[in-house]
Write a protein that binds this ligand. Structure first.
Ligand code: BJW
Length: 244
């Protein structure tokens, strides 16, 4: 049962991390079999790494972009439940995802901010053009807008770069009544600090859903531990049973 009564007009903000896509077949970053295992993130997820060795960075993201198109990689019950919440909740729902996959969109989520960018988009470092990109990317490609070669990069937020949509995210966090963090380790900022932003701005209810306590788990009022594909639909069903 929900630990606190949530009003029908509640403004809900949901933060998602790699754990929500794990059961769709996409690896998380940290821990056993994670993307960072056997690899230093400084070698693939920083602007310095890209400047030093763009082909290695392209290889890392090309592999992941191809993985996204694997027929077995589909939204799981947790993504679907969040889209259902957005459709049926009388108040507002905003999903802020750290994930660069498109599983929330494929599940039907509409109010969504990709704070760490998107795998299926690229950006030109020369003219700032951004656009969709579904195939492998390399240093020989030319920008479709300015025609410069070798200036396209994955539209991903690397360490040391500013996440996308921070003003809108901060406004939503400060105004929300319910904050739910799903499948994120709480080890990368600013996302790891969102629970603190919510707590200092309002008396909102805060809920963590994860396989295990995250690095900031103790800061949440309510904690539910188990696979996202089970815990998220259960939690959302409880919310909707009360109000929809
Ligand atoms: C399940 C599950 C299942 C598994 N069911 N759960 C010192 C102190 C504080 C901060 C800093 C510092 N030094 C530098 C910083 C800032 C830095 C930072 O945080 N560094 C840390 C290393 C400390 N941050 C930045 O540089 C960010 N930019 C920034 O701060 O700009 C300044 C600014 C802020 C605010 C406004 C304006 C300006 C940028 C961060 C960019 C992160 N990029 C990456 C890689 C790129 C994307 C990609 O390649 O995909 O984003 S790093 C990587 O970590 C990726 C993820 O989005 C991110 C978070 O990982 P996530 O999602 O939490 O995954 P995991 O693997 O860590 O955890 C998975 C979780 O799921 C686990 O808890 C499991 O238990 C769980 N789980 N299966 C439920 N079935």
């Amino acid at each position: 049962m929900l630990r606190r009564r949530i009003g029908a007009d509640a403004r809900i903000v949901v933060l998602t991390g790699a754990g929500i896509s794990a059961e769709s077949g996409l690896p998380t970053f940290r821990g056993k079999d994670g993307l960072w295992e056997g690899q230093r993130f400084e070698d693939v997820a920083t602007p310095e790494a890209f400047a030093r060795d763009p082909e290695s960075v392209h290889r890392f993201y090309n592999h992941r972009r191809r993985q996204l198109r694997d027929a077995a990689v589909q939204p799981n019950p947790a993504h679907l439940a969040l889209a259902e919440l957005e459709r049926r909740w009388p108040g507002t729902v905003l999903v802020v995802t750290q994930n660069v996959d498109d599983l929330h969109e494929r599940a039907g989520q509409r109010r969504l901010i990709h704070m760490h960018g998107q795998l299926d988009r690229v950006r030109c470092t020369s003219c700032a053009w951004t656009g969709r990109w579904d195939v492998d990317l390399g240093t020989a490609h030319a920008c479709p807008h300015c025609a410069r070669t070798g200036s396209l990069r994955p539209d991903i937020v690397w360490f040391g770069e500013t996440p996308v949509g921070m003003e809108d995210i901060e406004d939503a966090l400060e105004a929300c009544d319910l904050f739910i963090a799903i499948g994120t380790s709480g080890s990368v900022y600013p996302a790891a600090g969102f629970v603190e932003t919510v707590r200092s701005a309002s008396p909102a209810h805060t809920v963590e859903i994860n396989l295990e306590a995250s690095a900031v788990g103790s800061r949440f009022e309510e904690r539910r531990y188990g696979p996202a594909s089970e815990e998220v639909p259960r939690f959302i069903e409880e919310l909707l049973t009360v109000h929809a």
